[in-house]
Design a protein around this ligand. Structure first.
Ligand SMILES: *[C@@H]1O[C@H](CO)[C@@H](O)[C@H](O)[C@H]1NC(C)=O
Ligand SMILES: *[C@@H]1O[C@H](CO)[C@@H](O)[C@H](O)[C@H]1NC(C)=O
Ligand SMILES: *[C@@H]1O[C@H](CO)[C@@H](O)[C@H](O)[C@H]1NC(C)=O
Ligand SMILES: *[C@@H]1O[C@H](CO)[C@@H](O)[C@H](O)[C@H]1NC(C)=O
Ligand SMILES: *[C@@H]1O[C@H](CO)[C@@H](O)[C@H](O)[C@H]1NC(C)=O
Ligand SMILES: *[C@@H]1O[C@H](CO)[C@@H](O)[C@H](O)[C@H]1NC(C)=O
Ligand SMILES: *[C@@H]1O[C@H](CO)[C@@H](O)[C@H](O)[C@H]1NC(C)=O
Ligand SMILES: *[C@@H]1O[C@H](CO)[C@@H](O)[C@H](O)[C@H]1NC(C)=O
Ligand SMILES: *[C@@H]1O[C@H](CO)[C@@H](O)[C@H](O)[C@H]1NC(C)=O
Ligand SMILES: *[C@@H]1O[C@H](CO)[C@@H](O)[C@H](O)[C@H]1NC(C)=O
Length: 797
């Protein structure tokens, strides 16, 4: 989340955060307020990465509870007497239900999860009971829908004049209580949002705390936390008319405007930190929602006060970014990634909120820039196949903002202004998310990003409605992060069916920029098998990628057996310099080729200029039952020509597939090299070698997976610690200077399973046999030895 350009030559430790960035750009509207702060300016504070990790754990725990409560609420709303038994089961939180079904408005019986697991995956009952299985559909029902807004006279230059106009109009707010009464998901989310709103109500106003310097992660967490609270309170106000939510919001706004003399909140006049523009954008959105959703509750003075911050701390900086080429904080206007979406979203929502009452503010002019720019940049962050330009985790930040911007434009201007249609890949980016999430979490290649707060996947429900893809809505509504004010506004209760019914198990995202695939045994059995592999160009990812062509993950039996190491320390020296071969970023183990589940040749990193090509085959199954079992011949495979990624290599091909009805996984490499090759796989399992080191037994908890080295005959498995080799460089010549790396992060509990082969022509083949419960030796197959060129759907039967 750092600035990607123009900043790389400034060592972070030298940034003088007290100097207002862009000091020449004094906000033009209104006057900069003068206040004496009682509290001293904070010292630059570097938060240890561990804090983020702890917060992440808390969020994950929360998701589990949310899921359990969710099942209770969903069942509570059940009108069907035949479901009394599972209501009781779910209420105990035991997660046991014989057939969690409920009546829906459409008259269909639906299957609801009994809980969600630590990854937010829904846990479904083991049988469908009497529920009717049907593929995703939308069943028109006037008592489950709101009358459409009259958008006839609206346009970007003539937006809606009455409030609220962001994301939901008064029409929608007035209709919501009825929908909540009729739909169990909405009623559960509404309860949860009120409960969280109350929890936030009792907290002291969000403190200003800088993460890694103002141009590091700045105050982004602070901004998103303020926004999270305000979304909850504004929602609670709209549903209850209780002004206690308005009063509490005011308290938060005064602090976040930098106006509370007892609580320091940033540099006067630039309190929202233009040096890390995401912060400006997220604060602007928070204030815009407070202003707009609570418009009728504010006094005229309060409206002026809120608008003052939106304009002076937000929009004016946004206008500068577009019109003043000398400001450094404008760099995001040229990138196809999450920054562009977040920044344009915040500015657009801020502008729309106040445009009618403040016609002389920068709002009108700014909208002419943000909409065009987002259409040219943000909307193209997904590739034509839907793959997000950065990483699967950055998808959250980019798309939740893209959707909020589109949803706000829709209600305020009568149209999403092209944001959904300019790039056909936008429609497919929901599939990117669904397929990149495995049984045991995300295929989390590259950097994982900061805390999510407001960045959920709930806008899948907005995309579902807009693209008429009820699949997206049905998928997301059962997931752990679903209870959220935005879900309530985006969700269309007219959807019906099961997301997984008719959904292909496998998918190839075929592009040389980001070629990858995912394949699974089931969408609903979280103990099933999942494999995913990527092989793409290593540049063009906003410096969030790794040198990882050929890397893969493998889930089975409720565990991840081959996994990713995730982010390094974002504050490390040169971490975000660039994606060039000599970038200091590649000094760090987690970013180097050796830190991935792929081949390392000649102990070197992969070539950043290489463009691997990929191919794919699948038996093309789609799940059609909750307890779906694939046929024995069911498979999917992915092959990658990695030759261009390596020096000293005349050919390097890699291929992975399911065999034996997706119960076993085969990984094959065919290499011809003039340097030694090392095969590497990172695992949290404990590893025991046997059979002259040609068998590796991996153990996690009570489960084991046996990896067998089938080829070459002379090779053996080895194990190493997940840390840099002594011969790795610690410095690099970059930008005319020698850059020395900071410390690497340890990878406790991670073992690298290795296979070393000498230069020459070699086939390295490993068979992974998860020891499924109830399986014996004779259930496993020994697939035939097939050259990658001859792999087909049936080649290993
Ligand atoms: C809302 O509350 C639920 C539990 O009641 C929790 O799991 C969830 O994390 C909370 N959401 C937020 C955004 O804090
Ligand atoms: C429409 O939804 C309402 C409210 O849930 C329900 O009572 C009704 O049966 C539904 N109508 C049809 C035709 O499905
Ligand atoms: C939403 O939840 C709150 C808190 O549980 C409840 O008081 C309110 O009645 C709910 N709204 C509707 C429309 O059911
Ligand atoms: C903010 O800081 C004050 C003073 O250190 C502390 O009392 C308060 O609990 C903090 N609030 C939050 C939300 O962390
Ligand atoms: C809140 O006020 C609106 C507008 O006056 C009204 O339509 C709605 O019924 C009220 N809601 C509650 C829960 O009182
Ligand atoms: C914050 O201070 C500015 C400058 O004095 C003032 O114009 C604005 O109304 C204040 N805003 C709030 C929310 O207190
Ligand atoms: C691959 O994705 C990139 C990045 O989105 C895009 O520019 C390019 O057109 C795509 N290539 C193909 C062959 O679709
Ligand atoms: C180890 O487990 C952690 C926590 O679940 C996970 O984030 C990580 O990806 C795993 N590492 C490997 C190498 O599987
Ligand atoms: C591969 O060789 C080329 C030409 O010598 C060199 O520029 C490049 O840096 C090498 N790649 C790696 C990863 O060392
Ligand atoms: C599928 O394979 C399993 C295990 O190898 C075997 O027990 C079963 O009979 C096979 N089923 C069919 C339909 O071939």
């Amino acid at each position: 989340m750092y600035r990607q350009s123009g900043e790389s030559s400034i060592p972070l430790s030298n940034v003088n955060y007290q100097q207002a960035p862009g000091g020449q750009n004094t906000p033009a509207f209104g006057s900069v307020h003068e206040k004496n702060y009682a509290s001293p300016k904070p010292k630059r504070r570097v938060w240890p990465w561990i804090v983020a990790a702890i917060v992440a754990v808390i969020i994950i725990l929360g998701a589990v509870l949310g899921g359990v409560l969710g099942s209770r609420a969903a069942n509570d709303n059940d009108n069907s007497k035949s479901n009394a038994a599972q209501d009781g089961a779910a209420q105990t939180g035991s997660g046991v239900a014989s057939a969690a079904t409920r009546t829906k408005g459409s008259g269909n019986l639906a299957i609801v999860p009994t809980a969600t697991d630590q990854f937010g995956n829904p846990m479904y009952p083991s049988s469908t009971g009497s529920a009717r299985i049907s593929s995703p559909t939308t069943v028109a029902n006037s008592s489950l829908s709101c009358t459409a807004d009259d958008a006839g006279s609206l346009s970007l230059t003539s937006p809606k004049t009455s409030h609220p106009l962001l994301i939901a109009t008064e029409n929608k707010w007035a209709c919501l209580p009825g929908l909540i009464q009729s739909d169990s998901y909405l009623s559960y989310w509404n309860d949860t949002v009120f409960r969280n709103a109350s929890r936030f109500y009792d907290m002291t106003p969000t403190n200003y705390s800088i993460d890694g310097g103002l141009t590091g992660s700045g105050v982004l967490d602070v901004a998103r936390e303020v926004q999270l609270r305000i979304k909850h309170w504004a929602y609670a106000y709209k549903l209850s008319n209780d002004t206690k939510w308005v009063d509490r919001t005011w308290q938060e706004l005064v602090v976040a405007a930098g106006n509370d003399t007892n609580q320091y909140f940033g540099e006067q006049g630039d309190n929202w930190n233009s040096g890390h523009f995401l912060d400006v954008a997220e604060f602007t959105e928070a204030f815009a929602i407070a202003y707009d959703w609570m418009f009728d509750a504010w006094t005229a003075d309060q409206r002026n006060a809120i608008a003052w911050s939106i304009i002076n701390l937000g929009l004016q900086y946004g206008l500068n970014a577009y019109t003043d080429t000398s400001v450094g904080y404008r760099w995001w206007t040229t990138v196809r990634g999450n920054w562009n979406c977040v920044c344009n979203k915040g500015l657009t929502m801020g502008a729309l909120a106040i445009i009618n009452e403040y016609p002389n503010s920068p709002a009108r002019e700014l909208l002419t820039y943000t909409v065009d720019n987002a259409n040219a940049m943000c909307a193209y962050a997904p590739s034509p196949e839907g793959t997000w330009s950065e990483t699967p985790n950055y998808w959250y930040f980019g798309t939740y903002s893209h959707a909020e911007m589109a949803a706000s434009l829709l209600t305020a201007t009568g149209s999403t202004q092209g944001l959904l249609t300019t790039n056909p890949g936008v429609k497919l980016t929901s599939l990117y998310h669904m397929y990149v999430v495995g049984q045991q979490g995300i295929f989390s290649y590259g950097d994982a990003g900061p805390n999510k707060y407001t960045a959920t996947a709930n806008h899948l429900m907005f995309y579902g409605s807009q693209f008429d893809e009820p699949l997206y809505t049905l998928y997301q509504r059962d997931r752990g992060d679903a209870p959220d004010p935005m879900s309530i506004l985006y969700y269309d209760p007219q959807v019906s069916g099961q997301f997984w019914d008719g959904l292909a198990l496998d998918r190839h995202f075929d592009n040389t920029t980001d070629g990858w695939f995912s394949a699974r045994s089931s969408w609903t059995d979280n103990d099933g098998a999942y494999i995913a592999m990527k092989a793409g160009y290593l540049q063009g990812h906003q410096t969030h990628g790794d040198l990882d062509a050929g890397t893969f993950v493998l889930d089975a039996m409720g565990h991840r057996w081959a996994g990713e190491l995730g982010s390094g320390d974002y504050l490390s020296q040169g971490y975000f310099s660039s994606e060039a071969q000599n970038s200091p970023r590649w000094l760090y183990y987690r970013k180097r080729t050796e830190g991935q589940n792929t081949l390392m040749i000649g102990d070197e990193d992969q070539n950043v200029d290489g463009r691997p090509t990929t191919a794919f085959g699948s038996s093309n199954e789609a799940q059609d039952a909750l307890d779906y079992k694939v046929a024995n011949g069911s498979t999917a495979f992915f092959t990658a020509d990695l030759t261009p990624m390596y020096n000293s290599t005349s050919s390097a091909n890699r291929a992975i597939r399911f065999v034996n009805g997706r119960k076993q996984v085969l990984l094959r490499d065919e290499v011809t090299t003039t340097a030694a090759v090392q095969w590497r796989m990172h695992t949290n399992a404990t590893v025991a070698l046997s059979n002259s080191d040609r068998t590796a037994t991996l153990t996690i908890g009570d489960e084991t997976l046996v990896a067998t080295l089938r080829s070459p005959s002379g090779a053996t498995f080895g194990t190493e610690d997940a840390q840099r080799m002594p011969s790795d460089p610690t410095t690099t010549m970059y930008d005319g200077a020698t850059v020395t790396m900071s410390e690497d992060q340890p990878n406790p509990g991670v073992t690298v399973l290795t296979i070393d082969v000498a230069a020459g022509t070699n086939t390295i083949e490993v068979l992974f046999n998860p020891q499924w419960s109830g399986w014996s030796e004779s259930d496993f197959v020994n697939p035939p030895d097939v050259a990658i060129a001859d792999w087909s759907v049936t080649s290993h039967n």
